[in-house]
Design a protein around this ligand. Structure first.
Ligand SMILES: Cc1cc2nc3c(=O)[nH]c(=O)nc-3n(C[C@H](O)[C@H](O)[C@H](O)COP(=O)(O)OP(=O)(O)OC[C@H]3O[C@@H](n4cnc5c(N)ncnc54)[C@H](O)[C@@H]3O)c2cc1C
Length: 269
């Protein structure tokens, strides 16, 4: 049963509170934590809120974005330099949820959620993790797979802004808006003279966490950026995913449609 809710006013105080309370869960926007709590859980007896810890805000500097982990998805969508992310952000839940949901929270929600995490993987984003004494910087793709140690907090994520028009996104769900993913595809593709020179692809909804489609990237790099080569490379996705059954789709269906949605994300057809 919940016994304590703490709202520390800084990162050091947050670490101190986590250490003091023992069985505590960090809460940011609470859009995932609160349903767990309301459903009844014995996983924690205290909540430590990041609301006042000074971890929100976005700064754009020297072509890179630095995003505080407690920044809400709505605030992210309001940053002009991050306009390329708006179509992806608008597929996540409803405006009301996005007013609460945070960037850091999106890294740790259970699949088929975590659409922003897939985007961050495609963008080659890194996350800064603090344990109260030291900080480390992990690629987001590594962090979402390995999760966090006890007492660790993500303080910010950062990435280089992609060249205009190079960021691609599509999300297949059971309805167009406000639906959990069957497959989410995010990618940054650079082509020179019609040949793919660089390519990073993040996938959501098709494994235990958002994953990088390295096999597809390798198959496509150096090839013509056209329907034939993208279709062929997308078939390699089966090496990168471990799809699951849920109430939205079967593992079989997810595996079957993943290459189709990769193609649609990359070349729009
Ligand atoms: C109706 C509904 C629809 C939704 N639809 C979508 C959707 O379409 N796509 C999607 O991606 N998500 C969806 N979500 C899930 C969720 O709203 C988002 O993923 C959101 O970004 C989670 O952020 P939060 O701040 O609310 O997380 P919280 O609930 O506060 O936390 C989630 C987890 O992250 C941990 N955490 C949070 N911040 C940090 C941090 N800085 N450092 C370390 N750990 C941290 C918490 O301890 C907890 O384990 C939906 C949720 C609801 C209720």
């Amino acid at each position: 049963m919940l016994q304590t809710v703490a709202t520390p006013g800084s990162l050091p105080e947050t670490h101190a509170m986590l250490a003091k309370l023992g069985s505590a869960c960090l809460i940011a926007g609470g859009t995932a934590v609160m349903p767990t709590l309301n459903g009844g859980t014995d996983e924690f007896t205290s909540l430590v809120s990041l609301r006042a810890a000074g971890l929100s805000g976005v700064s754009i500097k020297d072509g890179s974005a630095l995003i505080g982990a407690a920044t809400t998805l709505s605030d992210l969508a309001d940053v002009p330099a991050l306009g390329f992310l708006v179509p992806a952000l608008e597929t996540i839940a409803s405006p009301t949820i996005r007013n609460m949901a945070t960037v850091g929270g999106n890294l740790f929600v259970k699949q088929p959620y975590g659409d922003l995490a897939a985007c961050l993987i495609a963008l080659g984003a890194t996350a800064t993790v603090s344990d109260g004494t030291n900080t480390r910087i992990d690629p987001v793709e590594k962090l979402v797979a390995s999760r966090l140690g006890a007492g660790e907090i993500v303080t910010q994520v950062s990435f280089a802004l992609p060249a205009e028009g190079s960021f691609k996104f599509t999300k297949a769900g059971r309805k167009a808006m406000n639906a959990a993913a069957i497959v989410t595809v995010a990618a940054v593709v650079t082509a020179t003279d019609g040949t793919v020179t660089q390519c990073r692809i993040g996938l959501g909804g098709v494994a235990e966490c958002a994953v990088r489609a390295r096999s597809v990237e390798e198959a496509l790099t150096g090839k013509a950026f056209d329907r034939v080569h993208v279709t062929e490379a997308a078939q390699q996705a089966e090496r990168d995913i471990e799809p699951f059954d849920d109430s939205y789709a079967s593992a079989w269906y997810r595996a079957r449609v993943t290459p189709v949605h990769i193609r649609r994300a990359l070349i729009g057809e």
